[in-house]
Design a protein around this ligand. Structure first.
Ligand code: GSH
Length: 234
């Protein structure tokens, strides 16, 4: 069977992995998960007990969660090195370093902003404290990432890799949470502009928005979440 990537909407980090699958060009299927509804229901716990996306159903029918584990699974099958680099190469090391940075501190910096947004009866003091702390952390992680970006067109190498995929899924939260103008970080702004104009990213965002359009042809279609849970859930 083809692997199935479960991606979350709205504005899920997993959008980057949808784009990475397009870049990879290998047959796969997708499954759209409403993060505000069905992902929170008990049945989704059979796929991921932590009620998070992304999740991958491997070609063996096993459930694999956690972005870094899914990215490693794709990397191991990227024999043509379309989204990764030769094992043991300096580029592979740098890609892993950047993926680690993006998936931990950079992504985590947005947590106070998500918590503030999702507060049901926000106490104004706590809400504004969370907002202020989140904005400060996100800006600081942007400063650090700006300093890590080189002079190339992408985070590593001459074409988008898994590091760019992880970044593009999350970086747009800067505007979503109205943290600051991306122009404050010129290298990151240029990189994001390039990535966001990439056909695979445009395709992934369209899918996230519910527009079912064909991409490169590698995606063989969507599988309903209920079917995925029934067939592969614990
Ligand atoms: N450590 C996980 C975190 C994944 C994660 O936080 N996903 C978000 C969406 S981007 C989520 O599902 N959050 C739970 C929610 O929105 O309720 C990973 O890297 O895959």
């Amino acid at each position: 069977m083809e692997p199935i990537l479960l991606y979350g909407f709205p504005a899920g980090s997993s959008m980057g992995l949808v784009a990475a699958l397009e870049w990879l060009g290998q047959p796969h299927r997708l499954c759209r998960v409403d993060m505000l509804g069905e992902m929170r229901e008990p049945a989704y716990g059979r796929i991921n007990a932590r009620h998070e996306t992304p999740a991958l159903i491997t070609d063996q029918g096993r459930v694999l969660t956690e972005t870094m584990a899914i990215a490693a699974w794709l990397e191991a099958r990227d024999s043509e090195r379309r989204i990764s680099f030769a094992p043991l190469s300096a580029e592979a090391d740098r890609m892993h370093q950047l993926m680690g940075f993006v998936n931990t501190g950079f992504t985590g910096a947005f947590t106070p902003l998500w918590v503030a947004l999702e507060m049901e009866n926000p106490d104004p003091v706590t809400h504004s404290l969370l907002r202020a702390f989140g904005r400060e952390r996100v800006s600081e992680r942007h400063d650090k990432l700006e300093a890590m970006i080189g002079d190339g067109r992408y985070l590593v190498g001459a074409q988008p890799s898994l590091a760019d995929a992880l970044l593009v899924g999350v970086a747009r939260w800067l505007e979503f949470h109205e943290v600051d103008d991306i122009g404050r970080w010129p290298k990151l702004a240029a990189l994001r502009k390039r990535l966001e104009a990439d056909p695979a990213v445009i395709h992934a965002i369209a899918l996230e928005d519910g527009e079912m359009r064909p991409g490169t042809g590698a995606c063989l279609g969507h599988v309903p979440l209920a079917e995925v849970i029934e067939r592969f859930g614990a």
